[in-house]
Design a protein around this ligand. Structure first.
Ligand code: ATP
Ligand code: MG
Length: 408
């Protein structure tokens, strides 16, 4: 569907006398029969020509020659063939120049498998033998590897990431160059580093990526991350069993012997959001308390965890425990016990209490404030496992007592 819409753009460019190709990641992924998530187009038309030909456009990156063109409600990046000038900060070229030859555009790309273009009729332009590398599962830098990593050190992490996503090997000269230039990663913004690390731990073969990070010492500029990933190697194969990134980071942290405080520091180094940081620290805190031994399930006090952290959190924590205990038949007993404990709850959440915050405020004749959340939480803890009936009368009486305790 998306491909059909993108083809309309190529057709129009060709009909107007320009060259136009699909390029980069989409060509690689089509050839590998993998799902394609963004389709990029390159052309010898200049951005001004592209904008004129396609009135429905957004000038997303004119400086770099990119115009986003609308086709059937979707946006596709159309970029003019370009080369990149000198790299000044190990990341961004100081200038880009438009060129008329496709080959020159493909030359600036990172790996041979990413330096292929395909036209409307499926004809491949492959000046660096990317297809051969793709067939053999090699990741190979275009040109002289060390020079390419010196231009843009992020490519070192991209190589490790593609190896993990595609389960490819890194060609020996390229690998050596990664080791040689690893210290230059210090110049890369941590947000970009984080995105690549996310993709590695979220890939089907994170162990491959993590091993490469260690082998090349790619993370030596961040000692905490370096230690995390080195110690995390044995646990990396467990990561694909988890659904969410916060669970993955938590398992890696716990597996590497990091406690909640060190987990917090890692989240800070990676500039994760406050929400992600809190979730990860809470998982690591629970895991540190529970100390699950690998492949050796143990009983969990779900009742107190459900009261402290709630159902959604406990389900995800159980997911992490299951990933720790893979291969063990007894592990499913732990999941069953969580479900049974949850079913025993008379009141499953604060929303199910027979009295609301607003009612409490009226009945106790007190202005709304922070106290309401405290009282509701207390009432829920009391009623959840039947200590107190969930009736307005019982709740109001308990609330009166708790308000006195809260205020003193
Ligand atoms: P994915 O989209 O799956 O992350 P991709 O290869 O498509 O992988 P993008 O970041 O979408 O990666 O980039 C599209 C193309 O641009 C790449 O295939 C490559 O040709 C080129 N490219 C991207 N980043 C770099 C880089 N740092 N150095 C050189 N070329 C790059
Ligand atoms: Mg892409």
């Amino acid at each position: 569907m998306a491909k059909k819409l993108a083809e309309e753009i190529l057709k129009k460019l060709e009909a107007s006398g320009y060259e136009a190709y699909f390029v980069g990641g989409c060509v690689r992924d089509w050839l590998l029969n993998r799902p394609v998530h963004d389709i990029d187009i390159c052309t010898n038309a200049h951005p001004g020509d592209v904008m004129r030909l396609f009135p429905a456009h957004v000038p997303t990156g004119l400086k770099h020659g990119t115009v986003s063109v609308k086709s059937g409600g979707m946006l596709f990046e159309v970029t003019t063939y370009r080369t990149e000038g000198k790299y000044e900060d190990y990341r961004r070229p100081s200038e880009v120049s438009f060129v008329s030859e496709l080959r020159l555009d493909l030359m600036r790309r990172d790996f041979t498998m990413n330096a292929m273009a395909m036209d409307l009729r499926g004809k491949l332009e492959d000046p660096f033998a990317g297809l051969d590398d793709l067939k053999q599962g090699w990741i190979r830098a275009v040109g002289v590897p060390a020079e390419r990593f010196r231009e843009d050190a992020l490519r070192i992490l991209r190589a490790a990431r593609f190896a993990a996503q595609l389960q490819f090997q890194i060609e020996p000269d390229t690998l050596r160059a990664m080791e040689e230039t690893a210290s230059l990663l210090i110049h890369i913004a941590i947000e970009r580093v984080r995105e690549e690390l996310h993709k590695i731990i979220d890939s089907p073969a994170p162990a491959v990526g993590v091993a490469l990070l260690c082998q090349t010492a790619a993370l030596k500029s961040w000692p905490l991350l370096d230690r995390l990933f080195s110690a995390g190697i044995p646990h990396a194969p467990r990561l694909p069993r988890l659904a969410e990134l916060t669970q993955k980071w938590s398992l890696l942290l716990y597996g590497s012997g990091f406690g909640a405080e060190e987990a917090r520091q890692v989240c800070q180094v990676l500039k994760l959001s406050k929400r992600e940081k809190e979730t990860i620290c809470a998982f690591v805190e629970c895991l540190t308390e529970l100390r699950p031994h690998w492949d050796q399930p143990r009983e969990i006090d779900w009742r107190s965890l459900l009261l402290q952290r709630g159902w959604a959190f406990c389900q995800k924590l159980d997911g992490i425990l299951q990933a720790c205990w893979h291969n063990s038949a007894a592990a499913s007993d732990v999941t069953r016990s969580l479900r049974e404990t949850y079913e025993q709850m008379q009141v499953k959440s604060i929303q199910e209490l027979a009295i609301s915050g607003r009612e409490l405020s009226v009945l106790l004749d007190k202005k709304p404030g922070q106290w309401i959340q405290h009282i509701l939480q207390h009432l829920w803890q009391q009623t959840a496992f039947h200590r107190l009936p969930n009736t307005p009368e019982a709740l109001l009486e308990e609330a009166r007592k708790e308000v006195v305790r809260y205020e003193h």
